[in-house]
Design a protein around this ligand. Sequence first.
Ligand code: NAD
Length: 256
Amino acid sequence: MSLMREKVALVTGAGAGIGRATALRFAQEGARVVVSDVDSEAGHETVRIIRETGADANFARADVSNAADVQAMIDHVIGSYGRLDCACNNAGIEGAVLPLTDQSEENFDRIIAVNLRGVFLCLKAEISAMLKTGGGSIVNLSSVAGLIGFPGLSPYVASKHGVNGLTKNAALEYAKQGIRVNSICPGGIDTRMLDSLAAQATGGKASTSEMMAPLHPLGRIGTADEVANLIVWLCSPQAAFVTGAHVPVDGGYVAQ
Ligand code: NAD
């Protein structure tokens, strides 16, 4: 398939997990990909994996909570490929699992800075670039925690509900200019982040899969590739009438 032929795609937090799988998926569909991450070594590794397939990719280091980094990342995309067609705002952190009264201001501020301010800064810079070339498509990483509450995860839940709000507003404000903005809401996906959440929730007593699989009606956790498939489809012309949506990819979690 070549859903993304001639397209230029940017993925933040693409050094691991869902971001890496998404960068690879864009490349498999023919896109030229800018891989971004705060971790340069991990990001370069994703680029190496993509280039091994014969596809075109390069790396731009950015901490998405930093406005100057985000602008430099977009400048790098435009400098490399002249345009930006698709963006996946994926970078995110989970933070501490604690009741609200035990959550520190520092933990709250850091999660909001990366997960929500990061998406805000990326949307501003990406949409500004897309307006110059007649449109584009953006997918933000929310979570099932952007749709319902999860005891112990107040800052994360607040950040992901915020991502869904930003998604709706950006979709409404730029629909007429040909820019689609959607969010996706994964359930438990087999990555480092889920391992950290499961280890914190059980004190390391149960494996991630043991703890998380039974919570999903399909009886298992998802894979990063299953999430990447949805992201790339939403960015593609096949999803041309989809905007402002928050799409679960959660094995039935929020249907319960
Ligand atoms: P992960 O921890 O495996 O990978 C996250 C990547 O983001 C890492 O490469 C990390 O270096 C990068 N990153 C962290 N902070 C950054 C920053 N400030 N700037 C730029 N890059 C940064 O996580 P994942 O599970 O792949 O999660 C990706 C996204 O999916 C996150 O937004 C997460 O909240 C969301 N999500 C994950 C799950 C899950 O179960 N794994 C479920 C729902 C939503």
